[in-house]
Design a protein around this ligand. Structure first.
Ligand code: ADP
Ligand code: MG
Ligand code: ZN
Length: 492
């Protein structure tokens, strides 16, 4: 075992092959096969009923909204929608699954054969979408004890509130070739899910979950190597780190004469490594069979067309449009999109703001503010308010410095920019007579600097403008102060 990373040439001899399985919890009001609420945060086991608790004699009924969400995503990814698909029972025992089987889809998923275009710094690639299928979520086990994990727990409790919440599983082809591409794929898929409004898709909170299948092969080889599947990737950063670690681990292992075993591994965020969780189940272990309680899903073609017609603009199209129509750079658009601020920008532009300027405020001040507070900036700022703020700068009511302060207040819920300005008495001081009096006082207090300006040292005026700004707590219109000072010092 050596702890120095392998030199690049060894890595260049190998190529990584990655396929991702992403689960998305749907934002339907009710669960997949019963009427229980999907609201997060209820007291344990309060959002349950005989159906999602798997009581004998109960019958599941498919949630139409979940089917619609699956079709929406399938269409957005360019998949074929199956005229008839089925639910299967995936049999296994685990305490968080009351029926001892999970209702899922098997050989005929609702969507098949799409594609997703993914861009990284090194280029753009198309990742095939093998399938999108519907299934139900499991409950949650809580292991009580010092470790918080099953191992070492004194006892465990089960909360079935999540059991039966609708999930979509999106399976990619093994078309991804690097950790960066894997992260870009998930980011793009997430953007699409958000644009479609079918889930809040929060990796950190588990409403979007990702497993990475990683293998390596000699560069140039057409065959696939044995893969390991890595679980517990609950941020893009974890995904990137885990895939990079796994590639490195497999390369090292193969070069040392070992073999990669097909297994499930767990990403340890703190340790920065993956470790064996279990050897992989095979499909046969699950004894899949069609669920006899559920009718096949046979969406009316007219309904599918209705859904197609209702699809929003997809993120890739939005980004291209922002670049073309508003002249924004790829980086600017990436920052806006990453922060979820595209709609805010568009609303600001609609309300009269200049796109480049509005983008600068959003990608600098607003993104920084949101990062510090871990807040969602799109919730904190309406586009019309950004436009209003920029108008206040343009008409001289606010200096840029004051505008920044006003923006912070607006972001923190202090009201509209005009309201904040009125409440805090922040209007820029542009009244000539009032400002002239301040200038006279500053000249009197700074005789030396004033004399230098009179002697022709134009730069010395900076100190006087600074004095005016201080005397007015930053409210003076600096251009006007400059002009008034000059007039006074030239006249004497
Ligand atoms: P399972 O359900 O057992 O995990 P699947 O056939 O559904 O198996 O494949 C799961 C994922 O593994 C897919 O995203 C697929 O692209 C990926 N995959 C399959 N073979 C490989 C491989 N050799 N290397 C990397 N990823 C792979
Ligand atoms: Mg899998
Ligand atoms: Zn229920």
């Amino acid at each position: 075992m050596t702890d120095t990373p392998r030199a690049a040439p060894a890595e260049e001899a190998w190529e990584a092959v990655i396929g991702l399985e992403v689960h998305v919890e749907l934002a339907t009001a009710t669960k997949m096969f019963c009427g229980c609420s999907t609201d997060f945060g209820g007291a344990p086991n309060t959002r349950t009923c005989p159906v999602c608790l798997g009581q004998p004699g109960t019958l599941p009924v498919t949630n139409r909204g979940a089917v619609e969400s699956a079709i929406r995503l399938g269409l957005a990814l360019g998949c074929d929608i199956a005229p008839s698909s089925q639910f299967h029972r995936k049999n296994y025992f685990y305490p968080d699954m009351p029926k001892n089987y999970q209702i899922s889809q098997y050989d005929v998923p609702i969507c098949r054969g799409g594609a997703l275009e993914v861009s990284t710094d090194t280029g753009t690639t198309t990742v095939g979408i093998t399938r999108v299928h519907m299934e139900e979520d499991t409950g949650k086990s809580l292991h009580i004890g010092a470790t918080g994990r099953l191992h070492g727990a004194e006892y465990s409790l089960v909360d079935y509130n999540r059991a039966g919440i609708p999930l979509l599983e999106i399976v990619s082809e093994p078309d991804i070739r690097s950790a960066e591409e894997a992260a870009a794929y998930v980011a793009e898929l997430r953007a699409i899910v958000l644009a479609l409004g079918i889930s809040d898709a929060k990796l950190e909170e588990g409403s979007m979950r990702c497993d990475a299948n990683v293998s390596i092969r000699p560069r140039g080889s057409g065959a696939y190597g044995t893969r390991a599947e890595v679980k517990n990737l609950n941020s893009l950063r974890s995904l990137r780190r885990a895939v990079a670690y796994e590639i490195e681990r497999q390369v090292t292992h193969l070069e040392d004469g070992g073999e990669v075993v097909q297994e499930t591994r767990h990403w340890d965020e703190d340790g920065g490594r993956t470790y064996t969780l279990r050897t992989k189940e095979t499909t046969e272990d699950y004894r899949y069979f069609p669920d006899p309680d559920l009718v096949p899903i046979e969406p009316d073609p007219a309904w599918i067309e209705e859904i197609r017609a209702s699809l929003p603009e997809l993120p890739a199209v939005t980004r291209a449009r922002l670049m073309e129509v508003h002249g924004l750079s790829r980086e600017q658009v990436a920052v806006l999109a990453g922060a979820g601020l595209v709609a805010v920008l568009e609303e600001a532009v609609e309300a009269g703001a200049e796109a480049g300027e509005a983008t600068n405020w959003l990608t600098n001040e607003v993104v920084a503010w949101a990062g510090e507070r871990d807040a969602d900036p799109a919730r904190a700022l309406a586009g019309v308010h950004l436009a209003e703020l920029l108008a206040l700068v343009a008409d001289g009511t606010l200096s840029k410095k004051l505008a920044r302060e006003v923006l912070t207040d607006v972001l923190e819920g202090g009201g509209t920019p005009r309201e904040v300005v009125a409440e805090r008495g922040l209007e820029q001081l542009s009244d000539e007579a009032e400002l002239a009096a301040v200038c006279d006082q500053v000249i009197a207090d700074n005789a030396e600097a004033a004399e230098e300006v009179r002697q022709g040292n134009a730069k010395a005026i900076g100190a006087l403008v600074g004095g005016v700004m201080r005397a007015t707590q930053g409210k003076a219109n600096p251009q006007l102060a400059n002009k008034l000072l000059r007039e006074r010092l030239a006249a004497e």
